[in-house]
Design a protein around this ligand. Structure first.
Ligand code: KIV
Length: 282
């Protein structure tokens, strides 16, 4: 069990913090430090990313695309999120685990949002939830926060509203910058401990980061935000094809896996596998 912590984040460097908490993210904002966030949907990647020092693991509803093969995040259910999130929590020692409330699980009313968030916290052991919510759903966010559950907001391009937003488009440009600012201030006032800015112009992101007292987490929002988040299959090259401009690929896992599996297939066909060392005797 990690040591109890008081109301302020300890001043230890992030790498030495035994359990990341929302307080540490606020400390990052206050002191000009940066933190990293990465998606994870299963116990093995959670363990690897946690050991590598990722500060926040996001069980994103992007699993609808990256794990379940849907065209969008819209079909993902709360039950599915809970199954994947519980696995991530089981693989994590240090990172703060944040879980997306999926489409249809919170928009109806503040009560519905609280019910869904309570299920996530109770059934997974995660540390916080994320809602794709700005000014319009600030009341829902506030209700979840009042229930004692930390909430991360998500504004800018919000994939659950893809159709309402007219597809994948950069948000916060021109006149839209004012609405982005209102969304950010509304979720901060509602009690969010951080807010994701997805696919917004770097200028709009800078404006929001400067106006808010809570940390922002960017994905396609330039490098001014306190935190950065990416989808792991994108950044490790497990997903192939055209990537959004904001993705940097740090590895080519699809290629590595393809070549390894092709070698396995060839060795099975030729009889080279299994060898003596993989066989039982007697
Ligand atoms: O679902 C997800 O992976 C997300 C990130 C893109 C921020 O919400």
């Amino acid at each position: 069990m990690s040591a109890p912590q008081s109301g302020s984040a300890s001043a230890r460097p992030f790498a030495e913090v035994s359990r990341m908490r929302t307080l540490h993210l606020q400390r990052a904002k206050d002191s000009g430090e940066k933190f990293s966030m990465l998606t994870s949907y299963d116990v093995l990647t959670a363990g690897i990313f946690d050991a590598a020092g990722v500060d926040v693991l996001l069980v994103g509803d992007s699993l609808g695309n990256t794990v379940l093969g849907h065209e969008s995040t819209l079909p993902v259910t709360l039950d599915q999120m809970i199954t994947f999130a519980a696995a991530v929590v089981r693989g994590t020692n240090r990172a703060l685990v944040v879980v997306d409330l999926p489409f249809g699980s919170y928009e109806e009313s503040p009560e519905q949002a609280v019910r869904s968030a309570v299920r996530v916290m109770r059934e997974t052991g995660a540390h916080a939830v994320k809602l794709e919510a700005g000014e319009a759903l600030a009341g829902h966010v506030a209700a979840v926060v009042r229930a004692g559950i930390p909430v991360m907001g998500h504004i800018g391009f919000t994939p659950q509203s893809e159709h309402a937003l007219g597809g994948f488009r950069i948000q916060g440009r021109g006149d839209a910058a004012a609405q982005l600012r209102r969304d950010a201030l509304a979720v901060q006032d509602a009690g969010c401990f951080a807010v994701v800015l997805e696919m917004v112009s770097a200028d709009a992101a800078r404006d929001v980061e400067q106006k808010l007292t809570i940390p922002t987490v960017g994905i396609g929002a330039g490098n001014v935000t306190t935190g950065q988040v990416l989808v792991w299959q994108d950044m490790l090259g497990l997903r192939t094809g055209t990537m959004p401009r904001f993705v940097k690929q740090y590895a080519q896992l699809a290629e590595t896996a393809h070549d390894a599996v092709a070698q396995y297939v060839a060795e099975v066909r030729s009889g080279a596998f299994p060898g003596e060392e993989h066989s039982y005797r007697g």
